[in-house]
Ligand binder design. Structure first.
Ligand SMILES: NC(=O)c1ccc[n+]([C@@H]2O[C@H](COP(=O)([O-])OP(=O)(O)OC[C@H]3O[C@@H](n4cnc5c(N)ncnc54)[C@H](OP(=O)(O)O)[C@@H]3O)[C@@H](O)[C@H]2O)c1
Length: 303
């Protein structure tokens, strides 16, 4: 059985990968993250503290557990924070990737690296894996640089690009669009929602499945892994409102320009998913199905 080491296992994707591996028992898991383990179940896998900014610790942990694959989810993932904490974003999204790529190459480990639709400028979405990147934000630039580090390494590498991930896990360090929209509408607060940005939102479980499929198949190269439905952000929030029967009149549709955000967002991203579907057997769920899964999880948590 292959052993997978996950970085950033406390994050949204990291916890979903942990959950999937514990369900399927298809892999041995070494979950690693900064600080204490926040995944509620502590049995059935190993947890090791690993700060990706500490190369000695990273080498030590990887040499100790000798994984067959590393799924690298840890990153600076917040677009606005990356715009302000420029150096830290570079350290996390580029330098740490170099550390992992070097170790993966020398220890003969498959490196599965997570990237983003924000490497594109949004002028020509949906994009295939070969499309020309042109990031608009510092976050997008660091993630593209991280990709280039991976591509130029001698490791057996995979880059998985994804879009606007949603879902729920324990003790989350940040929210996501679906939980935010649901929470705000439930408390009857008026919310501003942009109607001129288009995305293909991704259920965190689908992304976790995509990551495990590339390890299972020993795949190489770039793969788009996202949800299959393209929608504007205002359409997304309206669907969340409809699903939970919330008051849509609290939604105030605005343009991106009126937000005056310093970190620019691409207008229309979205991915062509044929490669992942045909080569990996990836099965993206519809947004509606994703909401149904999330609803079930929220109900379980409330029990
Ligand atoms: N979420 C999205 O919408 C989205 C879209 C496109 C691409 N992606 C990419 O997908 C990947 C996973 O995203 P996600 O949504 O799972 O992000 P997330 O929930 O923010 O998880 C990232 C995890 O990395 C951990 N981390 C931060 N600094 C670390 C360090 N120095 N050492 C070890 N761990 C560290 C964080 O720890 P703390 O929790 O303790 O802060 C967090 O648990 C990222 O590469 C991201 O760029 C995400």
């Amino acid at each position: 059985m292959k052993t997978i080491l996950v970085t950033g296992s406390n994050g949204l994707l990291g916890q979903k990968i942990t959950e999937r591996i514990l369900q399927t028992k298809q892999f041995n898991l070494v979950a690693t993250s900064k600080g204490a383990n926040r995944y509620p179940v502590k049995e059935g896998y190993t947890y090791a503290e690993m700060d990706i900014l500490n190369p000695d610790q990273v080498l030590q942990v990887i040499q100790k557990f000798k994984p067959d694959a590393i799924i690298h989810t840890a990153a600076m993932t917040n677009v606005d924070t990356s715009h302000v904490q420029v150096e830290l974003a570079h350290e996390l999204n580029v330098v740490a990737v170099q550390t992992l790529a070097d170790i993966a190459a020398s220890e003969n480990i498959q490196l599965v690296h997570l990237s983003t639709d924000f490497i594109f400028d949004g002028a020509a979405g949906p994009y295939d894996e070969e499309a020309e990147p042109n990031p608009l934000s510092h976050y997008g630039k660091t993630k593209l640089e991280g990709e280039l580090v991976v591509k130029s390494s001698d490791a057996h590498w995979v880059i998985i690009r994804t879009i606007l991930v949603y879902g729920i896990v324990s003790d989350m360090s940040r929210s996501n669009i679906v939980l935010w929209a649901k929470g705000a509408l439930e408390s009857n607060k008026p919310i501003n929602v942009v109607n001129d940005q288009w995305r293909m939102p991704t259920l965190a479980e689908d992304l976790a499945d995509g990551c495990l499929l590339v390890v299972e198949k020993g795949a190489q190269g770039v793969f788009n892994i996202s949800g299959k439905d393209m929608m504007s952000v205002s359409e997304l929030v309206a669907e969340v409102a409809d699903y939970w029967k919330l008051d849509k009149s609290m939604m105030n549709e605005i343009s991106s320009a009126s937000l005056n955000q310093e970190a620019k967002r691409p207008v229309k991203t979205g991915f062509i998913l044929d490669k992942a579907i045909n080569e990996l057997g990836y099965k993206p769920r519809s947004f509606h199905e994703g909401l149904k899964i999330l609803e079930h999880q929220l109900e379980q948590r409330a029990l």
